[in-house]
Design a protein around this ligand. Sequence first.
Ligand code: SF4
Ligand code: SF4
Length: 477
Amino acid sequence: MSEKIPSLDVSPDPVKVHEPQMMDLYAKREKIHARSISGFFQNLRNASLTITMAAFFLLPWLNWDGRQAVLFNLPERHFYIFWWTFLPQDFFFLSWLFIIAAFTLFAVTVFAGRVWCGYTCPQTVWTKVFMWIEEKAEGNRNARMRLDKAPMSVGKFLRRTVKHTGWVIVALATGLAFIGYFTPVRDIWHQIITGTLDFWMGFWMLFFTLATYLNAGWMREQICLHVCPYGRFQSVMFDSDTLIISYDHHRGESRGSRKRGTTGAENGLGDCIDCGMCVQVCPTGIDIRDGLQFECIQCAACIDACDSVMDQMGYERGLVRYTTENLLEKKGDGKYHFLRPRLIGYTAALLIMVSALLFALITRVPLSIEALRDRGQLYRETTEGLIENSYTLKIQNKAQKDGRYLIEASAPDLTLEIAGGPREIALAAGELATVPLTLVADPADISKPSLPIVIRVRQIDGGGAEADTDNTFLSPR
Ligand code: SF4
Ligand code: SF4
């Protein structure tokens, strides 16, 4: 996947960007032909890419307890994540999850900068796959640049066709996998094979196919630079001990080409041979030697490129490396400070939130009950002289298995009898039932016009789930 680093005796593609330059803010976007590179960090990225993509494509196929393990069933408003079933009223769990994800991102950014962007962000991962297809179809960086400039020919047309076909296949697979999180994936494939694919499912599949094709194929770094908000505010989270990818200008300057086998000092130069390799491999087209820039997605391609150059020159690696501002500029005590107040604060907040969420999930009762009083009549006197109150119950089985439940009502210092509505109810997994409930009490036992009561629903087939709700019992007294 990587291209051979050319001879370094003469700078092959000098990029003289270290002088201040004028920029036209309305200039046409120049296509970036990033040179592919291999190395330790690119191997890490490839491993991360494989894990991320495998998880994305395989998760919808995983079954759990007889159904799809991860399924956000929007029409039925049931969200399944392994052993949990979430309903719309559990939405706060989702909000909580988003807050935890945000804090995780803050903590990771304070510690190691934009590692999310460089190693796991779907935009980066899919773009890397699309760039790989592009290289297979159109050749290495120089070949692609030549092809771009060449007039249309049979060869160019064929290469372009192979590239776009590859992109469309990956984009289509992505669109298909994506809708598999919202509709059972096996049903989708059955519908596709039998030619009965639902219109809206087809629409969303094509929508995500097109979004993937455009984002990873055409827009690439433009999404990072102009669409993603994270790149804009990440620098606020950085401190002088955050790990960032930097060019060591103390060691590298003054830059300049020289004969292989000679040291910088012998030529009156620093260690940077000004080969421009770090710029050529950069997917966002920036020069790391200009310092930390918001365009840098911390993909570490420039580290691998520069390390391979240093190896060929016989120089020590690490001219471009992960470091911190304090270490690079030799500020303070010149040591790396792992524990710092902001990181401790984020991590502590994160631990508290994750523990609270886990506790809430583990102790979550898979059953809910709501009781609404009959609005038409506060109470009624029966022919037997008893006082009667009516309610409407909404009972939901939030478990993933069917269950049988007993309905009960009680009040301190008052004997309540169920005079109307079911005593027992059977509910399918996830089912919400609305049932009437009529309670009666002897007026001789009633001490006040409004008495607190508890309506309880209890699982009686071994599940052990129990939920209750408070209400009132009204009478003429
Ligand atoms: S400057 Fe280096 S780390 Fe940043 S995006 Fe470019 S190649 Fe990746
Ligand atoms: S920093 Fe490294 S890769 Fe970049 S121009 Fe200098 S020697 Fe070449």
